[in-house]
Design a protein. Structure first.
Lengths: 188, 180
């Protein structure tokens, strides 16, 4: 029960402070994995992947998945509901004074200042996920050889993927499916 | 048919048929909410989007809540929000439960190791796109870098940074007003 309440509290905090939609929740989830050790960075990468290739908003899918991994089905439902409750309350209060809110100088200023910062938050989380996917700190620290720092197969796939994503604008599921097949065939 | 049920059903449909959330669900919202149900006009929908982006939380949920509230006040807002999150809960829980018993297999581990690399590459592109939209000048770039450094190297809490920025913005506006 304590764990469930803590889970709900953590997700309510994300719902209240993550401004900028789904991707803005990723740094908070990363922070959660670091602080509470409910799941690893690799688990987080898997959960983002599954959330991206299933229907529904990314942020909601991730909340359900993280909640499930922490406390089963009930955890999944609790985390998702907790994530949306703060916005529900905020939006209902704003709706009553919509026209005033729309052109409020404070809100406009806050949002203008927050936007570039949110990019910084996300860069930091994505970099960590990147490092855990294509680098191997542990064996680098052990051997001290630069050659051991990178997982070369993964690095190569990353460069190839980046190239193809920029060149062809296919749906992300296409790239995820290709990477899955490469991962199995070349035994990542 | 009950109005709340119609709201729930419409957003359930949108939740099930869109991948990714945010702006990717705009076309689906347009066909369901504007053309089929005539709940809002295109201008209103874009207004809700703009506001959904600068209010906390998931943008798709915020838009659903705005539309639900406009139709049927607080209960309508709750019905639309529930409609929007139910498909995700059902789908993700089924996948999570199904995957659990296969996760330890080597082949599944390899598949996910590959998938994680693709996700990195996709996230990398989203970051570039977000950067282009969100960073308009040198000040923005400095703010972005400072936040990155504070989080990655000094492990400052995200919430502390968000609260400081909100306070800073309020002080700035107050100062501007005072001088005027």
């Amino acid at each position: 029960m304590m764990l469930l309440l803590q889970l709900a509290f953590e997700f309510a905090k994300i719902g209240l402070f993550a401004i900028g939609g789904g991707p803005a929740t990723i740094p908070f989830l990363y922070d959660m994995s670091e602080r509470l050790a409910w799941f690893s960075i690799d688990d987080l990468g898997n959960m983002i992947a599954i959330s991206q290739c299933t229907p529904g908003p990314l942020g909601i899918n991730m909340a359900t998945y993280v909640g499930y991994s922490v406390h089963g089905i009930v955890g999944g439902i609790f985390a998702t509901v907790a994530l949306v409750v703060p916005s529900l309350i905020i939006i209902i209060s704003i709706s009553k004074v919509l026209d005033k809110f729309k052109n409020n100088v404070y809100i406009l200023k806050i949002f203008a200042l927050l936007r570039p910062c949110v990019v910084g938050f996300i860069v930091s989380a994505v970099l960590t996920i990147f490092l855990s996917s294509v680098c191997d700190h542990a064996s680098f620290l052990e051997s001290g050889k630069l050659n051991d720092l990178f997982l070369w197969k993964e690095m190569l796939l990353f460069i190839g993927m980046t190239f193809f994503i920029r060149k062809y604008k296919h749906h992300q599921i296409v790239y995820i499916a290709i990477a899955m097949i490469i991962g199995i065939v070349f035994q990542f | 048919m009950n109005d709340y049920y119609v709201l729930f059903k419409s957003f359930f449909k949108i939740g099930i048929f869109t991948f990714g959330g945010g702006l990717t669900m705009l076309p689906m919202l347009e066909s369901e909410i504007i053309h089929k149900q005539h709940w809002v006009t295109k201008e209103q929908l874009l207004d809700y989007y703009a506001m959904g982006q600068c209010t906390p939380g998931i943008i798709a949920i915020n838009v659903a809540t705005f539309i639900g509230y406009k139709q049927k006040k607080t209960r309508g807002a709750i019905a639309s929000t529930l409609g929007m999150i139910t498909p995700s809960i059902l789908i993700i829980l089924s996948i999570a439960i199904a995957l659990e018993s296969y996760m330890h297999l080597d082949i599944v581990q390899s598949a996910f190791a590959g998938i994680r690399v693709a996700v990195c590459a996709l996230l990398f592109q989203s970051v570039l796109r977000l950067g282009k939209q969100g960073i308009k000048d040198t000040k923005g770039l400095i703010a972005c870098l400072m936040c990155f450094i504070l989080i990655s190297f000094f492990h400052v809490s995200l919430i502390a940074i968000v609260i400081s920025i909100i306070l800073f913005a309020i002080i700035l506006v107050k100062k501007e007003r005072y001088h005027l």
